[in-house]
Design a protein around this ligand. Structure first.
Ligand code: SIN
Ligand code: FE2
Length: 214
């Protein structure tokens, strides 16, 4: 057993709030399956920079897999069963995706988690994600399971009000953040990703966020 795998088996967790925490290295045993699944999902639905209702082009490049995909345009934010760019359904969850999401949620205290959407966010160096709440899902209690791959990043984890000062959480390839229940609506974001090269992913960070939409 590799040291990294042993570390993830040992279950190093960082507590963030009553129902939120970081599972360090939890996704490492799934990394190969996740990277293959991301390639397949992006072949079906290429990364794109969405436009916000306010007319801004998002820095993060996005796509989706699973039953629903999060999309944004001048009309607003919403979940759609079809990719508006191709008119086709998003790729169904690739092998390993539901297993990882379910196991990570269970390890964080949320048994029986079955998400129906997975956003794929690609951060080039310099890209940030401003503080926001995930509020387009019907289910505001089921956890968000957020998987970091590639370049490291600093995650901002705030409170239930926009003005609450966020804590800074360093995230590495393979880390999984879970927040749900009373902490589901916390503001969060990502500081600009520092330049670098990751052995598997090169000069980028890819984040998967699993959500339960319906
Ligand atoms: C998100 O809030 O959707 C993504 C968070 C992250 O990239 O870590
Ligand atoms: Fe988010």
């Amino acid at each position: 057993m590799s040291d990294l795998f042993a570390a993830s088996m040992a279950g190093q967790h960082t507590h963030l709030a009553a129902q939120a925490g970081v599972l360090h290295g939890f996704a490492l045993p799934f990394a190969e399956a996740l990277l293959a699944g991301i390639d397949a999902a992006l072949a079906a639905a290429p990364l794109r920079h969405l436009v916000t209702p306010g007319g801004h082009v998002m820095q993060v490049a996005m796509s989706n897999c699973g039953g629903f995909g999060w999309v944004s345009d001048r009309r607003g934010y919403r979940y759609d069963r079809l990719d508006p760019q191709t008119g086709q359904p998003w790729l169904a969850f690739p092998e390993g995706f539901l297993q990882l999401a379910g196991k990570a949620a269970a390890a964080a205290g949320f048994a029986g988690y079955v998400p129906d959407a997975c956003l794929i966010n690609r951060y080039a160096p310099g890209t940030r994600l401003s503080l926001h709440q995930d509020r387009d899902e019907d289910d505001r209690v089921a956890p968000i399971v957020s998987v970091s791959l590639g370049l490291p990043a600093t995650f901002l984890f705030g409170g239930l009000a926009r003005g609450d000062k966020p804590v800074r959480v360093p995230l590495l390839h393979g880390d999984v953040v879970v927040w749900g229940g009373v902490d589901r609506m916390r503001f969060h974001g990502v500081l600009p990703v520092m330049p670098g090269r990751h052995p598997q992913l090169g000069a980028q960070r890819i984040n998967l966020t699993f959500r339960k939409v319906r």
